[in-house]
Design a protein around this ligand. Structure first.
Ligand code: AMP
Length: 189
C-alpha cells in the first residue's frame, strides 16, 4: 500500500507520519530525512543538497526519483510506504506513477493536510526555537511556503483526477488530526 501525505511546511506531517506508519504497518519514506542525512556528508553532492535545504529550494527531480527508487526496493518497504515530502511537483508525481507501475502497483490514496498559512508560520517559528532545524528561519519558511503553493499544490489536481485525493482539516490537536486521517483511510487496509 502506498499512501502520500501532503501539506504545506509546518502542517504536522512528521508527527502524523509516525502515527500512520504504525496504523498502516508500512515503512516511512521521508525524502526530507534522507536529504538531511546526505547534507551531513562533506562531498560535492552533500554540499549541493545542504545548500538547497538551507535555502528551502527543491533538489533536482532526478535525484529524488533515484532516492525513491532505491528506498522502495528495501525489504521494509515490501508492505508499502507512507510517502512524506514526495512527490513535491507534478513531474515527480508522474515519475512516481511510472515507478510504481513498473512493480505493478500504484498510489492508493493521497491525504492532503489543510491548515491556515499564518497559523503554520507561527508553528514553524516555535519549532525553530525548540528543534533548531537550520531551515526553520523566517525567510526560508516563507520561501518554502511559496514553493509549496507554486510547485506542490498543483499535484492535488493530478490526484483529484485519479480520484485518490482525501483532504482533511489539519488544525487542532495531533490526536484530532489523526482521527480525521484515520476516517478518510478507512477501508484501505
Ligand atoms: P521536508 O522535510 O519534507 O520539509 O523537506 C525539507 C527540504 O528538503 C525541502 O525544503 C527541500 O529543500 C528538500 N526536499 C524534500 N523532499 C523533496 C522533494 N521531493 N523534491 C525536492 N526537494 C525536496
Amino acid at each position: 500500500m502506498f499512501i502520500v501525505l501532503m501539506g504545506p511546511p509546518g502542517c504536522g506531517k512528521g508527527t502524523q507520519s509516525a502515527k500512520l506508519i504504525e496504523l498502516l504497518g508500512v515503512a516511512h519514506l521521508s525524502t526530507g530525512d534522507i536529504l538531511r542525512q546526505m547534507a551531513q556528508v562533506d562531498t560535492p553532492l552533500g554540499r549541493r543538497v545542504a545548500e538547497c535545504l538551507d535555502q528551502g529550494t527543491l533538489v533536482s527531480d532526478e535525484l529524488i526519483v533515484d532516492l525513491v527508487a532505491e528506498r522502495i526496493k528495501q525489504p521494509d518497504c515490501r508492505p508499502g510506504c507512507l510517502l512524506d515530502g514526495v512527490p513535491r511537483n507534478v513531474p515527480q508525481a508522474q515519475s512516481l506513477d511510472e515507478l510504481l507501475a513498473t512493480s505493478k502497483t500504484a498510489v492508493d490514496a493521497v491525504v492532503e493536510m489543510q491548515v491556515d498559512e499564518e497559523e503554520l508560520f507561527s508553528r514553524l517559528m516555535r519549532r525553530a526555537e525548540t528543534e533548531g532545524r537550520s531551515d526553520d528561519n523566517s525567510e526560508t519558511v516563507r520561501h518554502r511556503m511559496a514553493v509549496y503553493r507554486r510547485e506542490t499544490a498543483p499535484i492535488l489536481d493530478h490526484y483529484r483526477q485519479q480520484q485518490k485525493l482525501r483532504s482533511i482539516d489539519a488544525s487542532g490537536t495531533p490526536e484530532e488530526v489523526f482521527e480525521r486521517i484515520e476516517a478518510v483511510l478507512v477501508g484501505l487496509n
